[in-house]
Design a protein around this ligand. Structure first.
Ligand code: NIG
Ligand code: FE
Length: 410
C-alpha cells in the first residue's frame, strides 16, 4: 500500500543518507525541502523530493497544501509508568519547601514507590497506557521508558513487565531502561550497600532472564547514588549487556559524567549543573548529552547550559523526563519551545535535538529521527503554518493536524 503526500509546504529534517547524530555548529543546520512530496509504502519511507519530480501514481494521495511534515519527536528519557500523582508536593513547593526537603520527609521518589507497590499490574498498565496515548497524540513517535518507582524486586519487575506490554500493544519503538538505583528505599535507609547488592544479585539476573531491559540507569547524585555506587552498578550491568544511560548533574557536580563516559554511556541526562571538566570528558566520548528543560521549568532549577555544550562542538538531545515528581508533562512541543526560549537554542538546533539526536540517545538512529529512505514512516503533518520556527514560537499550542505511525494515520 503506497501513500503519496503532495504539495508539502516544507518537509523537515530530510536526510538523504542516514547520519548518527549532529554536533556543534552542524546542529544549526536543519535540512528541509520546500514544495515537496513524500512517498511511503506500508510502514516505510521509500521516496521524497521536489514536487516537479512527483511519482505518477500511488494507492492514495494526500494533499498537504500550506502544511509541513516533521518526523515524529523522539523522547529518549521518560518515566511514564507510575502510579497516582504528586500534586501535593507541587503545592508544598509553592509554599516554600524544596524538592530535597520534600524528599527528606518521605515525599519524592519514595512516595511514588509506595503508591506503585500498592497498585496492581493491570491498574498500572492502564494508567501508563493513557499517558503513552497522550504523548503520541502530541507527536512523539519513539520513546524510552524507565523503571525506578518499584524499588523492590517484585515492583521493579512489575514496572518492566508493564513496559513490555506497552511495547506489545503500541505501534511505536519503545526502549526500556532499568532504574532500580533511583532512590534508596526506606527499608535500606541505613544499609545502602544492602540495596545495591539486591539490585546486583537479584534484580539484574531476573531482568536479564526475562529480557526486560535495553539500558541501565542510576540516579548519580548527592543523597542518592555516589560515583562509586554508579561504577559498581554499571559494571554489574555490563555482564548482561545493559548499556548505561544515566541521571547525572541534576543538582550537584560529583563526577557522574566522568564515570558515565568511562563506561561508554549512550547518554548522560539532566546536566543542569556542568563544569569545564565535564565538557572535556564529553568531548572525549561518544556519549550524547541530554537536556530536560521541562524539569527545570517545573522545579525552578537552572536550565542545562545548552550553549556551552553546543558551542564546545558537542551534540545535544532534548527529552521530556515525564514523571510525577519533577516533570508531570510529556509534551515534546513544549520541550522544543522551552529549549529555544530558555536554553537559547535556535529552532534548527532544538528540532535536531528532539529528533535525530534523541534517536541516537536510544540507539534508534537507523529507524527514526529523520525523513530518510528506509526509516519508519513516523511523522506528523502540521496545521497551516508560516515557517518551522512558528512551532517553537507558538509555545503551548498544538499545531499538529494529523499523525502517521508506521504509515498509518492515527
Ligand atoms: O529525572 N532525578 C531523578 N528522577 C526524576 C524525578 C523523580 C521524581 O521526583 O519522582 C527526574 O527528574
Ligand atoms: Fe529522569
Amino acid at each position: 500500500m503506497t501513500k503519496l503526500f503532495i504539495n508539502i509546504k516544507e518537509l523537515i529534517q530530510v536526510r538523504e543518507t542516514n547520519i548518527k547524530k549532529v554536533s556543534g555548529k552542524l546542529m544549526a543546520i536543519l535540512p528541509t525541502l520546500k514544495n515537496a512530496f513524500l512517498l511511503i509504502e506500508n510502514d516505510i519511507i521509500i521516496d521524497f523530493g521536489k514536487m516537479e519530480n512527483t511519482p505518477k501514481s500511488a494507492d492514495k494521495t494526500i494533499d498537504c497544501t500550506g502544511k509541513m511534515i516533521f518526523p515524529t519527536w523522539v523522547d529518549s528519557h521518560t518515566h511514564i509508568v507510575f502510579a497516582g500523582n504528586r500534586e501535593q508536593e507541587f503545592v508544598d513547593r509553592i509554599n516554600g519547601f524544596s524538592y530535597e526537603e520534600i524528599a527528606n520527609k518521605g515525599g519524592g521518589i519514595l512516595n511514588s514507590a509506595k503508591k506503585l507497590q500498592a497498585t496492581s499490574f493491570d491498574d498500572l498498565y492502564q494508567q501508563s497506557a493513557k499517558r503513552l496515548e497522550e504523548v503520541i497524540a502530541l507527536g512523539t513517535g519513539a520513546i524510552e521508558i524507565k523503571s525506578g518507582y518499584g524499588l523492590t524486586v517484585e515492583a521493579e519487575l512489575k514496572m518492566l513487565r508493564v513496559i513490555k506490554k506497552l511495547k506489545e500493544n503500541y505501534n511505536i519503538p519503545i526502549k526500556t531502561t532499568f532504574l532500580g538505583a533511583h532512590a534508596i528505599p526506606s527499608e535500606f535507609k541505613n544499609n545502602k550497600e544492602g540495596y545495591i547488592n539486591l539490585i546486583i544479585d537479584e534484580m539484574l539476573p531476573k531482568i536479564a532472564d526475562e529480557n526486560l531491559a535495553d539500558f541501565i540507569d542510576v540516579f548519580c547524585e548527592v543523597g542518592y547514588f555516589s560515583v562509586d555506587d554508579t561504577h559498581r552498578i554499571l559494571s554489574a550491568a555490563k555482564k548482561y549487556n545493559l548499556i548505561p544511560k544515566i541521571h547525572v548533574n541534576q543538582f550537584n557536580v560529583i563526577g557522574g559524567i566522568e564515570i558515565a563516559t568511562k563506561h561508554n554511556a549512550l547518554s548522560v541526562d539532566h546536566l543542569e549543573v556542568l563544569n569545564d571538566e565535564d565538557i572535556i570528558h564529553l568531548k572525549n566520548a561518544e556519549t550524547m548529552p541530554v537536556a530536560l528543560p521541562s524539569c527545570s521549568f517545573f522545579l525552578g532549577i537552572p536550565y542545562t547550559p545548552a550553549r556551552k555544550i553546543i558551542d564546545a562542538g558537542l551534540p545535544l538531545a532534548l527529552a521530556t523526563d515525564y514523571n510525577p515528581g519533577s516533570t508531570p508533562s510529556g509534551n515534546m512541543n513544549f520541550v522544543v519551545s522551552t529549549a529555544c526560549i530558555k536554553l537559547k537554542m535556535t529552532p534548527e538546533e532544538a528540532i535536531n535535538a528532539a529528533t535525530i539526536n534523541g534517536a541516537f540517545a536510544m540507539n534508534l538512529e537507523d529507524k527514526v529521527g529523520s525523513i530518510t529512505k528506509g526509516k519508519l514512516a513516523n511523522f506528523f503533518i502540521t496545521k497551516e503554518i508560516s515557517s518551522y520556527s512558528f512551532l517553537p514560537y507558538s509555545f503551548g499550542s498544538n499545531l499538529i493536524e494529523s499523525l502517521y505511525l508506521k504509515g498509518k494515520k492515527q
